[in-house]
Design a binder for this molecule. Structure first.
Ligand SMILES: O=CC(=O)O
Length: 328
């Protein structure tokens, strides 16, 4: 690290709020000798006043999942040319506005894909084989008094519909193929070189699947894509797993389907109004939930910190970004 005087000369990176694991084991993870952070959340000024007063000249910012960067924020940042995110999903950003302003974006790239795919498979197995429910049953002492737990359902042979065959979706597909499942998918377009059957319509994919696994980004096109009709097509033996974003499902409709037995179960890491999960789901043994933590392993968070710093250093050195997001 340079002297305090030299630090003053470093370019600033705007930070609206601390990303997860900014500090791990008491150590700050996002440090660099090539930039310093301008921490909006440490100011007593209201956020927009802070941006207007202090951030007019910043050229880069670091945005985590909870930090919404829309036109009302960008209007105060005329010099901004780069947003680096700690997330793979980019629904916290107004992408058209970023494009209009010539702002480049670097996201978490492939850093989380394996962890998220593992988590999707874990949730599916948990719902089918009732692992969490059995765990509660044993711990509550019901085994001796009530006997065996109701039967689960076999994973091998299940027809899996992957919604969004990007990096994460592809890793989910590979894992479930190894478990003896058949795979089909829906995406904006068929992927060249991919032999899994492609369904243009998600409803048709649902009708042909025993489980739908949501791995797509949340956009205006995918918001509530899993609606009443898709859930009806999935049917009463169908399971839904969501490791994408809560808004991809019409959550009210999904809750109704689960309550009325119109689908068989759900494994959910994400919700429409986080950190709230629908209270109706709390009592359902066929629903397994986690608190939007599919990406959170120690290893992934250390990797993402390195990637973020690498992207910011590359930007300030006029070198190619390490994980530039290309909008297609
Ligand atoms: O959900 C987490 C992410 O998009 O990185």
């Amino acid at each position: 690290m340079g002297s305090p005087a030299a630090d003053e000369d470093l370019p600033q990176v705007l930070l609206i709020r601390n990303p997860p694991a900014f500090t791990i084991d008491g150590e700050e993870q996002f440090t660099s000798a090539k930039f310093r952070f301008l921490k909006a959340f440490e100011s007593t000024l209201p956020p927009h006043d802070f941006l207007a007063a202090r951030a007019q000249s910043v050229r880069a910012m670091l945005a985590s999942g909870g930090a919404v960067v829309d036109a009302s924020v960008l209007q105060f940042l005329p010099e901004l040319r780069l947003i680096v995110t700690t997330t793979a999903g980019l629904n916290q950003l107004d992408l058209p506005e970023c494009r209009r302003r010539g702002i480049r974006i670097a996201n978490a790239g492939d850093v989380y894909s394996a962890d998220v795919a593992d988590c999707a498979v874990g949730l599916l197995i948990d719902v089918l084989r009732k692992i969490s429910a059995c765990n509660r049953y044993v711990k509550q002492g019901f085994w001796a008094s009530k006997g065996d737990y109701p039967l689960g359902s076999k994973l091998r042979g299940k027809r899996i519909g992957i919604v969004g065959l990007g990096r994460i979706g592809y890793q989910v597909a590979k894992r479930l193929e190894a478990f003896g499942c058949s795979i089909a998918y829906n995406s904006r377009k068929a992927k060249p070189g991919v032999s899994y059957p492609f369904y243009q319509e998600v409803q048709e994919l649902a009708a042909k699947s025993d489980a739908l696994i949501l791995c797509c980004g949340l956009t205006e096109q995918t918001r509530h894509m899993i609606n009443k009709e898709v859930l009806a097509a999935l049917g009463k033996d169908g399971v839904i797993v969501n490791i994408a974003r809560g808004g991809v499902i019409d959550e009210k409709e999904m809750v109704r389907c689960l309550m009325e037995g119109e689908i068989a179960g759900a494994g959910l890491d994400v919700f429409e109004n986080e950190p709230d999960a629908p209270k109706e789901l709390m009592e359902l043994d066929n629903v397994v939930m986690s608190p939007h933590c599919a990406v959170f392993t120690r290893e992934s968070l250390l990797d993402v910190a390195r990637l973020v710093v690498g992207n910011l250093e590359a930007f300030f050195s006029n070198e190619p970004l390490l994980s530039e997001y290309e909008d297609d």
